[in-house]
Design a protein around this ligand. Structure first.
Ligand code: FEO
Length: 160
């Protein structure tokens, strides 16, 4: 599947996702919203796990791994809806890239990659759902006041 470094790009994309969410978390920490920051830090750790899943798969199938450079993420956001708009937008891009990888693997009759990628296909459904849920919730409440604080506390309960 990886004739043009597409799996290394997938590793890089997952690591960039971690970097992006960590940057968002740092922004939320600076705004005294530790619940949002916590949710985003858990998300960043999950993305590291995604990168490692692809890395270990490449090791298992004996592909050479040459890691790509990771871009600098944005540091400033228009809190809070902006963060989750960007999160949803980013996850949609990742979904497209995963789907492209699935297509490449199918063209190459690469069954191990197809099976591995199925996990990511399912994960992306969850990722988009979670980001859309928070974004929609934010749209229905005012961006200041008790409702925002309640959402912050809910996000702060995420395990991970
Ligand atoms: Fe690894 Fe958020 O997708």
């Amino acid at each position: 599947m990886d004739s043009e470094g597409s799996t290394e790009r997938a590793i890089k994309n997952e690591l960039y996702s971690a970097y992006l969410y960590l940057s968002m978390a740092a922004y939320c920490e600076g705004k005294n919203l530790p619940g949002f920051a916590h949710w985003l830090k858990v998300q960043a750790k999950e993305e590291l796990g995604h990168a490692m899943k692809i890395f270990e798969f490449m090791v298992d199938v004996g592909e050479q791994i040459i890691l790509k450079a990771i871009d600098q993420p944005p540091a400033n956001f228009s809190f809070p809806a902006d963060i989750f708009e960007k999160t949803l937008e980013h996850e949609k891009k990742i979904t497209t890239m995963i789907n492209n990888l699935v297509n490449l693997a199918r063209q190459a009759n690469d069954n191990p990659s197809i099976v591995m990628l199925q996990w990511f296909v399912n994960e992306q459904v969850e990722e988009e759902k979670n980001a859309a849920y928070i974004l929609e919730t934010l749209k229905t409440i005012k961006e200041t006041g008790p409702a925002l604080i309640m959402l912050d506390r809910e996000l702060g309960k995420r395990e991970g």
